[in-house]
Design a protein around this ligand. Sequence first.
Ligand code: GLA
Length: 383
Amino acid sequence: MQESGIRGKFEELFGQLPDVIAAAPGRVNLIGEHIDYSDGYVLPFAITERTYAAVRRRSDRLVRIASAQRGNMVITVKLDDVRPGLKGQWERYVLGVLWALKIDHGVDVMIDGHVPLGAGLSSSAALECSVAIALDELFSLGFDLKALARLAQKAENGYVGVPCGIMDQSVALLAKPGSALLLDCRDLTSRDIDFDLASNALELLIIDTQAHHSLTDGAYAQRRASCDSVVTKLGVQSMRELTLNQLEESQDLITDNEFIRARHAVTEIARVLDAVQALESQDFVELGHLLNASHRSLRDDYEVSCSELNTAVDSAISAGALGARMIGAGFGGSAIALIKADQSQGIIREIKIAFGGKGFKPPRFFTSLPSQGAQIIQRAPQI
Ligand code: GLA
């Protein structure tokens, strides 16, 4: 595993070598969208691109934070000022983790982020988890990976103020190379599902639409609120307990809007389990159908897609993809398409033409093999 030159950059800026270096990846969610906060199943995998964090214990109560992507700017904060509500920008993700882990020492932190920002590939969880695992190692906190995932989520919910679920932090910490992570978001039990497209001459094309609609935060919270409301009105613990039949029979008890939101959640939870079966029996045609159904449900029932994502999905399918769908929170970011590897160039061309025809910014394309979750690259010195 490379360390991205962060050791040298840390020394250059802070005048000493780091005690610990760690890295955590971004993610692609194969299927199971907007159901992590409804106790559902999700099936994400870690991408190759990762964020590196180098940390060093200080002897005072200062926190200094820098990023290789932001030149030599060092943000300095007194540890005693670190609390939710403290204004700031990207460094709040780092401070949130210090807060969630209840760190009581000053530290120097340097970040080197290689997960594309704003592309729906969860660069924020990569950042949180790289810092969380580095601090856990530095201060010998002994948290297991699931506990660290919950703490990184707490940083984002309670400190940064984004009401995200548990999927991104879990996959950033728990993923295994060559596998997708079947995660039960109710208790964080997981199973590694073999995800080998290459030996079937297939590929997962990631299409970054380069669209970022500012709706995301408010709309995400509204979707969560609709699900919570359904659960309360129907007297169940979570969407997980509802079948489509039960939901349809209870339609009178909830609003029409709540009904379609819940229909997405209930059907998407079932699609994840069907996708696992399709993967285990190497039925990629069926997997493609499930991706398409997931996209339709996110577009029509959950209403979190946008024209750029729909264009990426529709043009990929009409150019021959086995299936395609938007991924992540929605309203921009990335889509995925399951394609035959030898059709890649033709499908990319068709998507570019469709984007050009609608006057959208040109999309970016990449692929990624399922990779390793967070890792310690340089261990803490033995004291
Ligand atoms: C964002 C959140 C996740 C999840 C997805 C939608 O990535 O951080 O918790 O809810 O959106 O599936």
